[in-house]
Design a protein around this ligand. Structure first.
Ligand SMILES: [Cu+2]
Length: 119
C-alpha cells in the first residue's frame, strides 16, 4: 500500500511538472501599423519591422498590463507564408500572440493589409 501511495505521489508530481512546463494560454493583441522593412538585408526570414500604433493592453514578461507606446520595432511571424505579397509601406493589422511560459515569446499569427492605418 505504501508503495502504491508513493507511486501515486510520483505520478501526480510528474503530471503537474508537465503542466507547468507547457505553454500558457497566453494573450493576443490586435495591432495596427505600417511595414517599414521586410525580411532580407540582415533580417531573419520571419522578421518584419513595423511602425505600430499604441497597444494599451500589452503585458510585460511578468504578466502585468503596462501598455506599449507607438514605436517602430521588429516582429516575428509564425509562418512566413503570411507575409508573402506584402510590400514596404503597406498598412497592416496583425494579431500578435504572446506567451509568458515556459518562455516569453511573441509571434505574429496573422497579418492582413488594411487601408486606413496611419502612415
Ligand atoms: Cu512596440
Amino acid at each position: 500500500m505504501r508503495q502504491i501511495a508513493c507511486a501515486f505521489v510520483f505520478m501526480v508530481s510528474v503530471l503537474l511538472g508537465g503542466i507547468a512546463a507547457a505553454a500558457d494560454q497566453g494573450y493576443s493583441y490586435t495591432v495596427k501599423g505600417v511595414i517599414k522593412a521586410l525580411p532580407g538585408n540582415g533580417r531573419a526570414v520571419n522578421e518584419i519591422l513595423v511602425k505600430h500604433e499604441p497597444i494599451p493592453n500589452y503585458r510585460d514578461e511578468a504578466g502585468n498590463v503596462v501598455g506599449m507606446m507607438a514605436m517602430t520595432m521588429p516582429f516575428y511571424v509564425a509562418d512566413i507564408k503570411t507575409i508573402e505579397g506584402l510590400s514596404l509601406g503597406d498598412a497592416v493589422e496583425m494579431v500578435v500572440e504572446q506567451h509568458l511560459k515556459p518562455n516569453f515569446s511573441e509571434n505574429v499569427v496573422s497579418i492582413k493589409r488594411v487601408s486606413n492605418a496611419t502612415k
